[in-house]
Write a protein that binds this ligand. Structure first.
Ligand SMILES: Nc1ncnc2c1ncn2[C@@H]1O[C@H](COP(=O)(O)OP(=O)(O)O)[C@@H](O)[C@H]1O
Ligand SMILES: [Mg+2]
Length: 228
């Protein structure tokens, strides 16, 4: 579904991703693991269209989208949830959702569907997003992304900075979403990745250094790959 081929991506003159190639199949969860600074967020920004590769190409459903803007990728079925539970802090939960839903033909129905998936947001509808907990803001960020009815969801460290009691709840939602939407998941929590994902890739210094089928039995192998 998503084919990233030999991309060089960076900031200004510095290159962070070096000839990176990665495929995301049309179903299930594909995980990207790696230490801080490895380039995981840079990879998702390039997939979402926020960074343009200096070399290489990005294809979605066979179409070359390398030069397409982020909103044009959203229209083609891609949604991106950045690291850090971003939302508009001065707007309410509902206003944050409406911002995405308004102007979409199926906006009202899509918003209702998103709230069905995240019922915890309903009693928070009138609360300013800046006053929500990290876990609640992450649910809001996921709900916002789902309003665009994506077929591919890019998730950057969705459980980072969330209190441990809520992490399992977010993880369950991601697993449930993965049964109907393809997910490219950046996540540090190795045990969760190996139980939830179908495939994993290890990213180190801007290159894929190991890949394989995700399975809890591979934990030792993956830990060794991460330690290199
Ligand atoms: N906005 C930016 N401007 C310049 N350099 C950046 C920027 N964002 C990230 N980097 C650099 O790119 C490298 C990879 O960062 P990042 O993709 O955020 O890694 P990860 O998500 O794996 O922690 C790091 O060396 C980081 O300092
Ligand atoms: Mg990151």
């Amino acid at each position: 579904m998503l084919e990233i081929s030999a991309i060089d991506v960076g900031y200004g003159r510095s290159t962070v991703l070096h000839g990176l190639t990665l495929g995301v199949p049309g179903e299930g969860i594909t995980a990207v693991l790696g230490h801080n600074g490895a380039g995981k967020s840079t990879l998702l920004r390039a997939a979402a269209g926020l960074l343009k590769p200096k070399r290489g190409s990005v294809r979605l459903f066979g179409e070359d989208i390398t030069r397409l803007a982020p909103h044009e990728r959203v229209r083609r079925g891609m949604a991106y949830v950045p690291q850090g539970q971003q939302c508009f802090p001065h707007l309410t939960t509902m206003e944050n959702l409406r911002l995405i839903a308004d102007g979409r033909r199926d906006g009202a129905a899509a918003l209702a569907d998103a709230l069905d998936l995240f019922p915890a947001l309903v009693p928070l509808a009138k609360r300013r997003a800046g006053l929500l907990s990290g876990g609640q803001r992450q649910q809001l960020a996921l709900a916002r992304a789902l309003i665009t009815r994506p077929r591919l969801l890019l998730l950057d460290e969705p459980t980072e900075g969330i209190q441990p009691s809520v992490v399992a709840e977010i993880e369950q939602k991601i697993v449930a979403l993965g049964s109907s939407i393809a997910i490219l998941l950046v996540e540090q929590h190795l045990r969760f990745v190996l139980s939830a994902a179908q495939r994993y890739h290890v990213l180190a210094a801007g290159r894929i250094t190991a890949s394989g089928d995700a399975d809890p039995a591979t934990e030792t192998t993956v830990r060794a790959a991460l330690a290199v």
